[in-house]
Design a protein around this ligand. Structure first.
Ligand code: NAI
Length: 343
């Protein structure tokens, strides 16, 4: 195949540029036919005198329809609204998908975790609608719309069927948030009724979290509103070795942005110890998405090569420190590239 696919790269902040650099090297080694268009967001954009999410970054994603994004720092308490929230809203990337799986070679309490978290990405408590009611009293608005609740449910059931998953569970707190979470589960139940072949459950989120850490194998696909999805993603990451191994995708009708679940990890930035795997795994999701959407077989081939290589590395103990290994970011990346080229 001679042609390449244009994709946007947003290195981001903190460990973002390090893990993006590692990921692009690995994609190159695997022969992924991609042409990169690099754009900035987050503190890196501010440093150039731009807003945290420059229009040209959003325009470039609209143009290419696919982006790989590193984590972005949102300065706290300085009046900046989150880059991620802005980006998800600007492109209406309403479905966040986060597969959480046990990896051979990464020891945790469980060796059978195989979950997919589907998070509604556009509303809930993440709407960012906050105001001062009276001096000393502030309020944050939780938003739920019929349209968003229905489309994320439909998307989640569709995903569950296409991927041959075992069933779908909604985590909610509709016993307290009767209107907002009530609407979320009402719409989910309506879509469930149209998909009677897919086992469907509703679980109150606090009890669901307890059950999750006792035995994650009792769940399969999880559907959650925005904030619950954010929190439960990190909880589930803890079941499989941490944030260094959980990838993600933010998907809309037209565009898709692939990024790790983790943030910019300022505590380890610049130390060459970050685990690049979560972004590498996100890039594998991107390649498979391109293969599915556009029939690009070369993307699937590259994705398979990368997957086999990281499984082989982890199984032979080649891993970064967060997973109990000894390798730096650059050493692990080099080991991965060696494994790909030797295969
Ligand atoms: P974080 O995910 O950046 O870090 C949490 C902990 O996990 C830290 O101890 C960090 O060192 C560790 N960690 C994260 N990724 C790692 C990796 N790849 N390898 C090894 N260790 C890793 O979360 P935190 O500290 O809450 O957020 C830091 C910044 O990131 C904030 O400004 C936040 O707004 C931003 N953030 C951005 C996200 C995005 O752009 N998608 C997502 C989450 C947070």
């Amino acid at each position: 195949m001679n042609t390449t696919r244009d994709v946007v790269a947003i290195p981001g902040d903190g460990i973002g540029p390090e893990v993006m650099d590692a990921t692009r090297q690995v994609l190159d080694a695997a022969g992924a036919p991609l042409t990169w268009h690099e754009h900035q967001a987050g503190v890196a954009a501010l440093a150039n005198g731009d807003p945290v999410l420059p229009d040209r970054t959003v325009d470039a994603i609209r143009e290419c329809r696919v982006a790989l994004k590193g984590p972005c720092t949102t300065p706290v308490g300085k009046g900046f609204s989150s880059v991620n929230v802005q980006l998800r809203k600007a492109l209406d990337l309403y479905a966040a998908v986060r597969p959480v799986r046990s990896l051979a070679g990464v020891k945790t309490r469980f060796d059978n975790v195989d979950l997919v978290i589907i998070r509604e990405n556009t509303e809930g408590l993440y709407s960012g609608v906050e105001n001062v009611v009276t001096p000393g009293t502030v309020m944050s608005m939780k938003v739920a719309t019929e349209r968003a609740c229905e489309r994320i449910s439909a998307w989640a059931f569709d995903y569950t069927r296409k991927r041959n998953r075992k069933g779908l569970t909604v985590f909610h707190k509709a016993n307290i948030m009767k209107l907002t979470d009530g609407l979320f589960i009402r719409k989910s139940a309506e879509v469930a009724a149209e998909n009677p072949d897919i086992p469907y459950n509703e679980v109150i989120i606090d009890a669901g979290c307890m059950r999750m850490v006792q035995d994650p194998s009792q769940f399969d696909v999880l559907l959650l509103e925005n904030l619950y999805g954010d929190v439960v993603s990190d909880l589930c990451a803890g079941l499989v070795g941490g944030l260094g191994v959980v990838p993600g995708a933010n998907i809309g009708e037209r565009e898709a942005v692939f990024e790790a679940v983790h943030g910019s990890a300022p505590d380890i930035a610049g130390k060459d110890i970050a685990n690049p795997l979560a972004l590498i795994m996100s890039s594998v999701m991107m390649l498979n998405y391109l293969a599915d959407q556009e029939g690009l077989d070369a993307m699937r081939t590259a994705a398979d090569r990368i997957k086999q290589a990281y499984n082989a590395c982890l199984e032979s103990g080649k891993k970064t420190r967060d997973l109990g290994g000894m390798l730096s970011t650059t050493e692990f990346t080099a080991a991965l590239i060696d494994t790909i080229t030797a295969a």
